[in-house]
Design a protein around this ligand. Structure first.
Ligand code: SF4
Ligand code: SF4
Length: 97
């Protein structure tokens, strides 16, 4: 049986950063810190863009985002994610192989 290494596959993608203009933002970091118990974005993002800092805070760095939309859908209780596609020319460039 052939095994697929996800990290190797992700490494084949390329990402063009739109410096200073993240296409996804956390609306209110205090909601993540003080109200969201599960912080599910930190475990569900396949690109690891969300990080639980250990002090309750959650940080988001969109570099490498796969534009899958999971974080927008999964933040159901607080709807605390502002989500847009990157501007044209920026963001993920998928490579398969
Ligand atoms: S799931 Fe939503 S509210 Fe919870 S930590 Fe993530 S962005 Fe914040
Ligand atoms: S859209 Fe997908 S890859 Fe991008 S930050 Fe959200 S969950 Fe992660």
């Amino acid at each position: 049986m052939m095994r697929v290494n996800v990290e190797e596959k992700l490494f084949q993608n390329r990402y063009k950063v739109d410096a200073g203009r993240p296409h996804i933002q956390i609306r209110d970091p205090d909601v993540c810190r003080s109200q969201c118990q599960a912080q599910q974005c930190t475990t569900c993002c396949p690109a690891g863009c969300y990080t639980a800092e250990g002090n309750g805070a959650v940080t988001l760095i969109t570099d490498g985002c796969l534009e899958c939309g999971t974080c927008r859908v999964i933040c159901t209780e607080f709807r605390n994610v502002d989500w847009e596609y990157p501007r044209g020319g920026f963001g993920i460039l998928f490579k398969f192989g």
